[in-house]
Design a protein around this ligand. Structure first.
Ligand code: SF4
Length: 319
């Protein structure tokens, strides 16, 4: 039995959990291929035109998998805690995908809503295992291993590497350090983000992403905002930015956002306004399926140069 996991959206946050869980149930996990222009075009073909680019891409990854596995895993991600939900497009994802992709019949849909308690995840795993005719004990072992696997994945980020991009260690001694904030499924998909993180690193920049900050550090910021945002990933982004505004450990912030993203209309504006208050250089990079490499390179080079000049002037003034 083969379970396909699309390399998009929740893949970049929860893949280690589901891979470990399914494998320990004795199922084979197949991940869709890395994003290419072909996969992107396949997604664009069937998605409604005003969907954001990560959603279009998800459709492409489903199509990349649907004819070579028994089931394609499409989670309906509602909540993983009590304070927020996921963006409405995550909530309606299985409906959108099944209606948009012709002849897509082998969807494995699960609703993940942990608002009541984390125990809901365990219950969900038992239910899923039952669907594949696996008993309680096997499901319990698979669930425990999956939890550990997710924990280890999170700690790899904290060690300063960026695992989804395969960047094991960066030089902390870099002259310029920048935070690149945004949703993991945009930042860590090299095709979608036009390899922005690797570009910055090759320019000698030390890059910090939201996943590299400790959970507790981001949580401290929760009480400082007038109001929590409604969306889980948006809270991660904004709390990272506020934490860095306060401790000043980076020289600037780049927000990578998708054209047409509803939550980011608020998130980006809030960060832009407060970056001015903290005198933190701030750049918004908006991407869609038409964004070109050259325009992005010029903007990144200009931003990094501007920060270098600013730093040099500051150092000269202090000398
Ligand atoms: S948060 Fe924005 S980018 Fe992400 S799925 Fe929702 S609309 Fe798209």
């Amino acid at each position: 039995m083969k379970i396909g996991i699309p390399r998009a959206l929740s893949y970049y946050a929860y893949y280690p959990f589901f891979r470990t869980f399914f494998e320990n149930l004795g199922l084979e996990v197949v991940v869709s291929d890395e994003t290419t222009k072909e996969i992107m075009d396949m997604g664009i073909q069937d998605t409604i035109t005003d969907a954001c680019v990560p959603i279009k891409l998800f459709h492409g990854h489903v199509k990349n998998l649907m004819n070579r596995v028994d089931y394609v895993f499409v989670p309906r991600l509602v909540s993983v805690n009590r304070e927020a939900t996921f963006c409405p497009k995550f909530l309606g994802l299985p409906d959108m995908v099944i209606c948009s992709i012709p002849k897509f019949k082998n969807m494995l849909e699960v609703r993940i809503d942990l608002k009541k308690s984390r125990f809901e995840l365990f219950k969900l795993c038992i239910k899923l295992a039952k669907q594949f005719k696996k008993g309680f004990f096997r499901a319990y072992i698979a669930y425990s291993k999956a939890c550990n696997s997710l924990k280890n994945y999170a700690s790899q980020f904290l060690q300063g590497g960026i695992p989804p991009l395969g960047i094991a260690s960066q030089k902390k001694s870099s002259n310029v350090s920048l935070a690149v904030v945004g949703y993991p499924y945009i930042l860590y998909d090299p095709y979608l983000s036009l390899d922005l993180i690797k570009k910055l690193i090759s320019m000698g920049v030390y890059v910090v992403t939201p996943e590299m900050l400790a959970k507790e550090e981001k949580q401290k910021q929760a009480s400082k905002l007038r109001k929590n945002l409604f969306w889980t990933f948006s809270n991660e982004v904004i709390r990272t930015a506020y934490s860095l505004f306060e401790n000043g450990s980076v020289d600037g912030i780049i927000h990578v956002t998708a054209f047409g993203c509803g939550p980011d209309f608020i998130v980006d504006k809030l960060m832009e306004i407060d970056a001015k208050k903290y005198k933190m250089p701030f750049l918004t990079v908006t991407i869609d399926e038409h964004t070109g490499q050259e325009g992005l390179n010029t903007r990144l080079e200009a931003f990094v140069d501007m920060i270098k000049i600013k730093k040099a002037k500051k150092e000269a003034a202090l000398a």
